[in-house]
Design a protein around this ligand. Structure first.
Ligand SMILES: [Zn+2]
Ligand SMILES: [Zn+2]
Length: 283
């Protein structure tokens, strides 16, 4: 049985030439899920999606049999910023991300919650929940998955406790979840490389956050060591998390129907190699 039939594997896919081109690109690898940017990730604004582009995306999506897809929110957003101008900009940008994802039928918007910078962790987390409350109330279909951070600078969300505190402050708990990036969780200091460490880490996630919130994975190896708190992705099996670490995630039967999306440095150029590496350890 192929890797893509055993686990719900996908990759981050380019939208060049239009978002409706993405599903066919994902299908080249046999992917049953994918992640895209629904707009330029380095800009605040975007041209509205043309109706025919939305229709074409949806029909391509159905044709190639995708499910549980994700769009990654802009890297510019910091939901923890105490700056009032930034706060207003971020709320607008979150509305934009969610309205585009809803229109396209994308299940999850992946969000880096941001950093605490010039405020306290407590205040930043409270504001993150508050912004999510005001934007999720208008989402009909698409949920937000908070991505765990590697812990660079004053990034929030590298500890499970912080993810749980953001979720605690959210009223619509059925619209929120978590996406664990395997590179980030390792860089943040969690031992997910050994089977024992992996089991312990998942038990911690379960008790501190709750398994029902774990709705997606970013499957990446790490160029940097455990606890480095640096976010440097590597091709599967070529980094310091290594194939031993990746093995723990892909063989965990609890996640057979949870999307696992590659965000490795070579992108579509490297996915065939990544798939082969996963295949070598998938039971
Ligand atoms: Zn990621
Ligand atoms: Zn990353």
């Amino acid at each position: 049985m192929k890797v893509t039939e055993k686990i719900l594997l996908g990759g981050h896919i380019s939208t060049s030439g239009g978002i409706s081109n993405a599903p066919a690109r994902a299908a080249v690898f046999g992917f049953r899920t994918m992640q895209v940017f629904s707009k330029n990730q380095m800009q605040w604004n975007a041209k509205p999606l043309a109706d025919q582009e939305v229709t074409a995306f949806k029909s391509e999506y159905a044709r190639v049999g995708l499910r549980k897809t994700m769009s990654h929110a802009s890297y510019l957003l910091n939901l923890g910023s105490p700056n009032e101008e930034m706060r207003v900009k971020v709320i607008d940008a979150m509305h934009l991300e969610l309205s585009r994802a809803n229109a396209l039928g994308i299940d999850y918007v992946i969000l880096h919650p941001g950093s605490q910078k010039d405020t306290t962790e407590k205040a930043a987390i409270a504001q993150m929940s508050e912004i999510l409350n005001s934007t999720l109330s208008e989402s009909r279909f698409t949920k937000v998955l908070i991505e765990n951070a590697a812990g660079q600078g004053s990034a929030i969300g590298y500890q499970f406790r912080q993810l749980s505190e953001i979720i605690d402050g959210i009223s619509q708990k059925d619209m929120i979840g978590v996406c664990i990036d395997t590179c980030h969780v390792f860089a943040a200091g969690y031992d997910v490389k050994t089977p024992e460490g992996y089991a312990e880490t998942m038990d911690r996630f379960s008790s501190e956050v709750g398994m029902k919130y774990l709705l997606g994975f970013h499957l990446n190896d790490s160029k940097k060591e455990k606890g480095s708190r640096l976010d440097r992705h590597e091709q599967i099996g070529k980094g310091l998390l290594g194939i031993d670490g990746i093995k723990n995630f892909v063989n965990d039967k609890r996640f057979r129907d949870t999307p696992m999306v590659l965000e490795t440095p070579k992108g579509e150029e490297g996915y065939s190699e990544d798939i082969k590496a996963i295949e070598s350890v998938l039971r």
